[in-house]
Design a protein. Sequence first.
Length: 296
Amino acid sequence: MVVEPDRWSRWLRERRDAGDERQRTAILDMLGPVRERVLANAEPLEGATLLDVGTGDGLIGLEALARVGPQGGVIFSDISDALLAHAHEAVAAQGLLERARFVSTQAEDLAPIADQSVDAVTTRSVLIYVADKAAAFGAMFRVLRPGGRISLFEPINRLMFPEAPDRFWGYDVSAVSALADKVKRSHREISGPASATMLDFDDRDLVALAEAAGFSRVHLECHIDVEVRGDSDAIDIQALLDSAPNPLAPTARESIGAALTAAESDEFVTHLRRAIEAGDRLRRSAVAYLAASKPN
């Protein structure tokens, strides 16, 4: 059955990296350690039933299939039927469909998943799109067997945004800061209120939410990194312009087109290209890994 692409699948398969192979490789290289940490925090996995909430392109779920072994299984869940179809194809290619299940559901309720039916729940960058985060934690608690565990990874955008006026995607735009401000304002307007869920929590909120849901032995690590990256990390200007930071956001080109005149756009992009060529990129990130257990 052919499933039409949606904004989630378009972003993961097209808009995240603008079709640029170098960017795609860099993103996957960055996500590899995240996958390893999330799965490590969900151990033991041999023989387990693992629910991957918001499975996306299957980054965690596909690797989990190998780790749960022949006696275990993985439930791939997502709100995107297109991404579930993609995951189904990937699992079928490995000949492991008998150990996998594909469920269309929201993280806030996980309604098709029975109470106390899974041993571990994983998520990666899912709660940033969920308005009712308490309900999501409650749903994860409900589906876990006693002694089950959750392992989550979430960007903590509240600690890093808004970006400084003299920076655009990390690059120095101090010489055209007034234009950059227009573009950033356009970005916020196009993204709309849906993007508020990305900024309405921090690491302490995640701990409080886990505790309130009933989890015990809650452990969270927050990693904040600030560094200047050199030329080897420079993104191609066209890839930058045609990529979007998340499924709810416009591309940089779309924000620029909505905010600037043709002359202003030329000036801004020219300066941005020079900044990229100079290799002056300030990278700021804040992320959290949370692991918690359901009481026996």
